[in-house]
Design a protein around this ligand. Sequence first.
Ligand SMILES: [Zn+2]
Length: 269
Amino acid sequence: MNILKLLSLTTSLLVVAACHSSEINARVERVPADPATDTPEPITHSFVADAGRYHFTLDSTAAPDLTEWAQTHLQPVVQEWYPRIVALLPSENWNPATHITLRFRTDMGGTPASAAGRFVNLNAAWFRRELQREALGAVVHELVHIVQNYSRTRRDDPQATRMPGWLVEGIADYIRWFLYEPETRGAEITAQNLPRARFDASYRITGNFLDWVTRHHDPDIVRKLNAAGRAGSYREELWTDSTGHTVQQLGEAWKAHHEQRLAKASPVP
Ligand SMILES: [Zn+2]
């Protein structure tokens, strides 16, 4: 083993990066591989956010080539947006996860990213393709799932209601597309997707619906829905209590709004 290899295996680097939202103490560790096994040399990188309140570990063992991108581009987004998402989705008697691991994986099939407990899984092959496009937004979406934490109450209370899946994904995409990256206009209702535009179509279409309800009926609707989901008390009456309209009525008005907007934008000759 040459001296450079030895140094790279045993040296811990202290990297201090700048970020406009919090001070960063980042540490890169390369732990020597165990010669008795085929296990690859772990590559982990630790950083904090919100003045040390939140701790993150970035594990790029499965994708060493993505280590630099993750530290340069992903880390600052996580540092800024995890505390923001926590602030957007508060509720009583709830504390957000404070130790979160983001790890690249090579066994996720066609799934770009997923979240479970305090882990965010990142599909290395998908990220390599999407570094300039959807990669950062996909992580923001998964961080929302970590903050939502909806399964917690249902484990403890058999009476708790289940948050509908379309709302779980709709809230994550609302925060991603309308608050994190509105300039990309990635969740617009267009002539192409208008036929599929139902309030409960999930993901970015429900995200568009939540943005519309937020702007036209109740600026607090996402916070209320999230708090109910986390408390295991979601029910459809929440929409009526908050806006005076059922979710179906809101869905029809939202769709009519887009139909009229699109008809105006391209009038039939
Ligand atoms: Zn999701």
